[in-house]
Design a protein. Sequence first.
Length: 381
Amino acid sequence: MNAASPSPLRLAFAGMAALAVAMGIGRFVYTPILPGMMEELHLTPADAGWIASANYLGYLVGALAAAGGWAHGRERLLMFSSLAASALLAGLMGLNETMAAFLVIRFFAGLASAFVMVFMSSIVFSHLAAAGRGDLQALHFGGVGLGIAGSSALLAFLVTEHAGWSAGWLWSGVISLAGLLVVALLAGSATTANGVAGHEPALPRNNSLVKMIVAYGLFGFGYVVTATFLIAIVRQGGGSRVWMVAGLAGFPSTWLWQKVAGRIGLYAAYAVSCLIEVAGVSASVVVKGAAGPLIAGVLLGGTFIAITALGLQAGRQLAPRAPRRIFAVMTAAFGLGQIVGPIAAGLLAQASGNYTLASVMAAAALLASGFIAWSAAPKSP
């Protein structure tokens, strides 16, 4: 490792700040802003689903593009450029009012967030592996929860000030720019350590690997319904508080579930966390009053970031010689689920007048994901 490189802990904090901007804000601030957009712009649930899916399509395209060899040696430049783009695109959302503009902006925002996720993770994880500090990966992933909680606090304040939905996007852009500066200060000139040269081998022909890819796609479909519409489900005041609770629960979740995986096994931990998320998805529409969405926020936030990390970890374990390739395939499956989920949920909600059927559909997908992942555990010889 280069002597001038930041310490592993400092790099993990840089990764946390980067994911807080690109994922916690860049991808998920749409959730607390959505009710205001629906009310003031008269968007239907189907409209909201299409906008969300445009973002997830951008994420899918970005993740697949980022896995290509063309980016080798350019990871740092692409990561910082994408952080800047994420901030700019958030601001642009607040300056537009048409569906066409929303679809285009959120597509490119998804592309930017995928680039940050892939390239910052490759920089951080390569240094953590070289230093033998894989335990700090949980700190890196904690940035998603931190960004969700921070942006929710911002939205809660703006609501009390009677600011419109556009103010949420504009302030998100400002905070994202501040986050970019934090990442620059912490990461310094760090680039990937011990990069893999040349082409990776094809993925192994392995039933367990196929099952994990399918399970990951179903997880993408199942979690995203509640992640997109949770605050719209609330409908009354306190929506930002619910999403803040989700972010706070998400911050330590990867660390916690890694501990659980160490005790019961990676695949069992994935399955159990899916079951807990099913309870959260169900609570969002079954438990009446303010308690339901709050329970959903805690259980969703406490699982979805961790399941993302556990799934990728399982994929790397099953294809150790092709880490970039399996990251791309897993993310593609996840991304396809995310694209279909909000569209199907939005159309169901529009047709039925509530989110109950959509949530039942999401819960079924999560149950299937957990069961398939549990069955994918390689058998001991």
